[in-house]
Design a protein around this ligand. Structure first.
Ligand SMILES: *[C@@H]1O[C@H](CO)[C@@H](O)[C@H](O)[C@H]1NC(C)=O
Ligand SMILES: *[C@@H]1O[C@H](CO)[C@@H](O)[C@H](O)[C@H]1NC(C)=O
Ligand SMILES: *[C@@H]1O[C@H](CO)[C@@H](O)[C@H](O)[C@H]1NC(C)=O
Ligand SMILES: *[C@@H]1O[C@H](CO)[C@@H](O)[C@H](O)[C@H]1NC(C)=O
Ligand SMILES: *[C@@H]1O[C@H](CO)[C@@H](O)[C@H](O)[C@H]1NC(C)=O
Ligand SMILES: [Fe+2]
Length: 464
């Protein structure tokens, strides 16, 4: 064997030994080594940013759930040349009758940028499990899209969610979206855990990059709802250029049905979809005791009827359990406030982003700690959620590669690669979860788990 060969074998052995050592401490730090490349934004003239043809053509079309139970859809789009029409025409696949819904128009300025005409229109009283076509831009140029409404809410209704976070608009972002689109486990709606466009990384938060992002993701979000969570890149707080209203571009462009769940702000709200109850929280709004978000969540958790929606899922941007060196402990103060509730109400899964990598935790809690008792180590807790960090969409800031060592016990699997995940809910007890890295073929699963519902079946989840 050549010297090089010997070194190679030694390296593999060392890696195996290291891996075993890591296993003793905690979970698995994946041995997959991603080729390190710079993450670069797609240039403005990229195919994915193309403006649709035609005078005043609607662009940046996107949809999200429009009510609490999935019988409404919010349709949003932008026209550039003139306001155009606020009306959406829509019809069920098997119906000749075209319905009309009237929306509203908004626009905003940000430093020296002026947005296009932003339209939002809520279509209500839709039938469940029905394919609808919809047409926007009635007038000079129209475009037609479609979506399928979810089945009526119920405990054993199967449903498949995609999970994407921190997407941005780099070549890697495009790979992530492409992998999601071609994943044979067909996602029906995306749970998006925050940090959309990363426009704020450009000089003066160049809001043109909000427009390009929306044109880039239209190919998916015009056809299936993305459930929005606000991340730090949505804040766009820039007093140096006179922009002091947090979330200005985000709230003008993205609407959520927050009032339907009794929320008083678009940053925290809930929806039911199929067999899932999804609570969206805001890491960047006040969450301390007596704050609007705190009061809302305190009243919200007891409302979840697990006989109706067994799967209780929480989305937030900043993770509570994170063993990367990036954003370390940023989620800690919110964890201190809300974790006892998550254990009490047996939340199944918590998805977060922010850290640009992937990590899945064991079912752990750290609720015993009260400062004086010093009990500050997370413990296994079968009433606790699994925490998943999925901030690996592929944005311009690049990967978070440095991890805390040794891998803590609560960390079950971690890997610094870009990708997305799917959560395939089968019935009230079983959900099949898988994470997909962008380097693999579309069907390859890099981390898989059967999650057993915390309310209906409190046994250990099984990795497959
Ligand atoms: C906004 O200002 C920046 C520099 O301050 C300039 O480069 C840019 O072209 C301006 N954009 C518009 C739309 O005026
Ligand atoms: C667009 O439509 C409006 C009303 O239908 C019409 O007045 C206007 O001339 C049209 N503009 C173009 C450029 O076709
Ligand atoms: C983005 O991905 C799609 C495939 O899904 C491809 O057609 C397109 O050329 C890609 N664009 C860029 C700029 O990478
Ligand atoms: C919970 O949901 C079940 C199933 O839909 C229903 O029968 C029951 O009445 C609900 N309970 C409450 C308290 O609303
Ligand atoms: C729930 O789904 C799992 C996985 O598909 C299956 O094994 C199980 O039998 C199902 N339970 C019921 C009650 O249908
Ligand atoms: Fe973030």
């Amino acid at each position: 064997m050549s010297a090089l060969g010997t070194t190679f074998v030694l390296a593999i052995l060392t890696a195996a030994v290291l891996n075993a050592a890591v296993l003793c401490n905690g979970g698995v730090t994946s041995s997959f080594v991603r080729k390190v490349e710079k993450t670069v934004d797609m240039p403005l003239d990229s195919d994915v940013f193309k403006v649709p043809p035609g005078y005043n053509a609607p662009q940046q079309v996107h949809i999200t759930q429009g009510d609490h139970v999935g019988k409404a859809v919010i349709v949003s789009w932008v026209t550039v040349e003139e306001p155009g029409s606020n009306t959406v025409l829509y019809w069920a696949e098997k119906s000749a009758h075209k319905n009309k819904a009237k929306g509203s128009l908004t626009r905003y300025k940000f430093y020296n940028y002026t947005s296009g005409f932003i339209h939002h229109c809520t279509i209500r009283n839709l039938e469940h499990e029905t394919k609808y076509y919809y047409e926007v831009g009635i007038g000079n140029t129209t475009r037609t899209f479609w979506f399928t409404t979810p089945p009526e809410v119920g405990p054993d209704v199967p449903y498949t969610f995609g999970l994407i976070g921190d997407l941005g608009q780099s070549y890697d972002s495009n790979r992530t979206l492409t992998h999601y689109e071609h994943n044979p486990i067909k996602g029906q709606a995306v749970l998006f855990v925050g940090d959309l466009s990363y426009a704020d990384n450009y000089p003066n938060h160049d809001n043109v990059r909000w427009d390009t992002w929306a044109r880039f993701v239209e190919r998916n979000v015009a056809y299936q709802p993305w459930i929005w969570t606000a991340g730090n890149h949505e804040i766009d707080f820039a007093p140096e250029i006179g922009e002091t209203k947090p979330f200005k571009p985000y709230t003008h462009r993205y609407r959520v049905p927050f009032k339907a769940s009794g929320s008083t702000a678009p940053f925290w709200y809930s929806i039911k979809r199929a067999s899932a109850y999804i609570i969206v929280l805001s890491s960047y709004s006040a969450y301390g005791k007596y704050t609007p978000q705190y009061n809302w969540l305190e009243a919200e958790l007891p409302k979840v009827n697990r006989s109706e929606t067994p799967w209780l899922i929480v989305l937030m941007h900043s993770p509570w359990y994170n063993s990367y060196n990036y954003h370390y402990m940023e989620g800690e103060t919110m964890r201190v406030m809300y974790e006892p509730w998550f254990v009490e109400y047996k939340v199944d899964l918590v998805f977060a982003g922010h850290v640009h990598a992937y990590e899945r935790s064991e079912r752990v809690s750290n609720v015993a700690y009260n400062i004086v008792n010093g009990i500050c180590t997370p413990v296994n807790d079968q009433s606790a959620p699994v925490y998943i960090t999925i901030g690996d969409g592929g944005n311009i800031e690049g990967l978070a590669t440095i991890m805390t060592e040794p891998q803590p016990k609560y960390s079950a699997f971690r890997e610094a690669s870009f990708g997305h995940a799917t959560l395939d809910i089968k019935n009230r007890t079983h959900a099949y979860y898988s994470w997909h890295r962008n380097q693999d073929g579309f069907a390859v699963k890099a981390d898989t788990v059967w999650f057993f519902n915390r309310f209906w079946r409190q046994i250990d989840d099984s990795t497959t």
